[in-house]
Design a protein around this ligand. Sequence first.
Ligand code: SAM
Length: 300
Amino acid sequence: MKVFDKNGHKIIWGEALEALATIKDNSVDLIFADPPYNIGKKFVDVPDRWESDGSYLNWCYKWLQLCIKKLKHTGSMYVMTATQNMPHFDLFLRDKLTILSRIVWYYDSSSVQARKYFGSLYEPILHCVKDENDYTFNANDILVEARTGAVRKLIDYRKPVPTVYNSKKVPGNVWHIPRVRYRMDEYENHPTQKPIALLERIIRASSNEDDLVVDPFSGSFTTSYVAKQLKRKSIGIEINEDYVKIGLRRLQIATEFNGEPLRRERKTYEPPVDENQATLSLFEKKAKWNTRSRKRSKVS
Ligand SMILES: C[S@@+](CC[C@H](N)C(=O)[O-])C[C@H]1O[C@@H](n2cnc3c(N)ncnc32)[C@H](O)[C@@H]1O
């Protein structure tokens, strides 16, 4: 395990269970956990596929339990996993925390849609808090344009005094946020990078400036990156060296790693900075499926 620390932002290069154990109990304001989904995605060379659903869930229950221990009593946790695993997470967590919202993050397909079943176009997110009477929710910081009569400048005559419709509202639990695409500025070389807009809504809503935000499966470090932009503190944990390097660069914690300069890989349509700059692959490498697994999951 190796720790990099600069200006309130820490990257722990190591295994989530081990790294979480080093964080003080009851010290974290917000956790965003986006673990491997057990669907055979390839994180560099490691496919996320467990021997069985049971062994995947047992592993998840361990880190979920640890996350709860690290949260302050006013803390909030957002958890993601594949649609087929989420009911298990929900049952496990509802005994220990209050689940305030079951959020659906939906997006347009980035590739060919299924032809023989209804293809998956969403990922579930649980929004949980430790104390349902004492938690952070900055409603005014996440308001969105209301799609009601406000757009047409209608007046609500059902009110005692006729009033124009509100033009802003707190988003509901269905969030349409595009996935990160290759041509977007924020794109990093990670197969399941979450969008800045998704983390911005979560961090703005459920934390305040100087609060501590933790992500036990940081990947491309979107959580820590957004936490930094929003003046929160962060701890990001990641097991994979290539992704730790993305985090070190995105958070400006280091400019080189083992003597190698850390810079974003060049996109195919960009001119090279110099001949040593690596090129970002346009296509995600195909996952190697574990032949012992029973069936390839159709959903994510
Ligand atoms: C679904 S991705 C997270 C993506 C991330 N939210 C983002 O926006 O880029 C899960 C990440 O967990 C990492 N990972 C897998 N097993 C781990 C473990 N036991 N401890 C820490 N990180 C792990 C993988 O390398 C992968 O980057």
